[in-house]
Design a protein around this ligand. Structure first.
Ligand code: GLU
Ligand code: MG
Length: 446
């Protein structure tokens, strides 16, 4: 079967999966997708209905595509109103028994219309279409998201030790142990877990994989962190801004480009060893970053985080291992060309990870064969070097997004307009909020 069917016609037998999950004590399967507000929404089915869900899908209204973070609704040209139904079809290749939620398994869904056709608003399918488009250019992408969060207990940080301090690992030793155990049991290849800069903040990163897989894993990692936290009487805050005026949570995207076994970010003639194709792809991302920001830092709360001197990448520039540049190039060790990659630092956890990977690929591909070169890299703090600041509000980034022919074409009108409507409505929703009110309304919502 084609990896990207335009209609839904699964014939995979679920019997072996059901047998395996039954042996794991699974009774129910959570079927998730991420909406345009960046929230993971769900329908669940008892395990006995999994075969039916895989065959026919589970009904769900398309109206969630115009839901905001507070569960109020907006509308857009193609999407909205009480009518219509979609079918949520689980991707059985990603079916995972949830280690921190005994009795439950999880699978991400693709969304189809009632006749089995692709639903144009499906964010996961957008990510896959862009991945396929890259493959048509001979490119494979490897991607991975970093997950940052603040662990709180009764509204205050649950670990008081210093940034990157071992104290925090001792304070929350059992919690972090359970977390590593759960992530590993779910087949996630964790590369690092560490205490981050902000009080009570931690970060976990997973090994790179294909773009849709990276977005799926971002969902699975977050929900695993949430489940382990709650089991320990802790609450995770995944919002971009936890405390206004302080370092927030990023969700940086790492990416590398490959032709077969060859990493195009290494062993080339371009800056710091990247190849010409990688340079042009990254130049496309850098050029479009102000518009991409509407996708990757989509909430008004994103702009409480995206400030200079917080390693959030507030400037539209790039540099070698420069943590203040929005695009950070990493060569890795000289004897490990596979490790070379680029990191988009300005993105945060309010973003829909499927839209992030799809949009970044679209921007990169738009410049791929143009011969576009990167500008001079920036070393040192860009704040002192007259570098352009990325947009500082949602209305600013949304305006650039709406003018992006590349992103409109890539997403298609239906997804593009529904997404833009949610951005505009959230900007409106929070327009009169103080920074404290905005952080409070968003930090534990994602
Ligand atoms: N927490 C920072 C952010 O908001 C990132 C720190 C780091 O470089 O990992 O993106
Ligand atoms: Mg970090």
């Amino acid at each position: 079967m084609d990896s990207s069917p335009e209609t839904h016609d699964h014939h995979t037998s679920t019997d072996p999966l059901v047998t395996r999950l039954t042996a794991h004590g699974v009774h129910g399967v959570a079927l998730t997708w991420v909406d345009n507000a960046g929230l993971t929404r769900v329908k669940t089915v008892p395990l006995a209905r999994l075969a039916d869900a895989a065959e026919r899908g589970v009904g769900m209204s398309p109206v969630f595509d115009i839901y905001l973070i507070d569960d109020s609704l907006t509308s857009s040209r193609h999407t909205g109103g009480p009518d219509g139904d979609l079918r949520l079809v689980p991707d059985l290749d990603r079916l995972t028994a949830l280690a921190a939620q005994p009795g439950w398994a999880w699978a991400p869904v693709d969304r189809f219309d009632q006749r089995g056709g692709r639903y144009p608003g499906c964010q996961r399918h957008f990510a896959r279409r862009m991945t396929d488009r890259a493959a048509e250019h001979g490119l494979l992408l490897r991607m991975g998201f970093e997950t940052e969060w603040v662990v709180t207990r009764d509204g205050t940080p649950a670990a008081t030790g210093p940034a990157y301090g071992m104290t925090r690992m001792v304070e929350l030793s059992a919690y972090t142990d359970d977390l590593l155990t759960a992530l590993a049991a779910q087949g996630l290849d964790v590369t690092q877990l560490h205490p981050e800069y902000a009080p009570g903040q931690f970060e976990v990163s997973v090994a790179p994989t294909d773009p849709v897989g990276a977005a799926d894993e971002a969902v699975l990692v977050r929900e695993t962190v949430r489940a382990v936290s709650l089991a320990h009487g802790l609450t995770p805050a995944f919002g971009p801004a936890v405390t206004p005026g302080a370092v927030g949570n990023g969700r940086h995207l790492h990416l590398s480009l490959w032709e077969g076994e060859r990493n195009l970010c290494a062993d080339g003639d371009g800056p710091f060893g990247m190849t010409g194709r990688a340079e042009s792809f990254l130049a496309g991302i850098l050029t479009d970053l102000p518009a991409l920001l509407a996708v990757g830092a989509p909430s008004p709360a994103s702009h409480l985080r995206l400030e200079p001197s917080r390693w959030a990448g507030a400037f539209q520039c790039w540099g070698l291992e420069n943590r203040e540049a929005a695009l950070r190039f990493i060569t890795g060790a000289p004897d490990d060309p596979a490790a070379a990659n680029a990191e988009v630092k300005c993105f945060d956890p309010a973003a829909n990870p499927y839209l992030v990977v799809g949009s970044v690929i679209a921007a990169g591909l738009a410049a791929l064969d143009s011969g576009a070169a990167l500008p001079e890299p920036v070393a040192g703090d860009p704040v002192h070097q007259d570098q352009p600041r990325l947009p500082t509000s949602v209305p600013q980034s949304l305006d650039l997004f709406l003018r992006s022919a590349v992103l409109r074409e890539a997403m298609g009108d239906e997804l593009f307009e529904a997404f833009a409507a949610v951005r505009a409505a959230e900007a409106q929703l929070f327009a009169a909020h103080s920074p404290e009110e905005l952080a409070a309304a968003t930090r534990e919502r994602y």
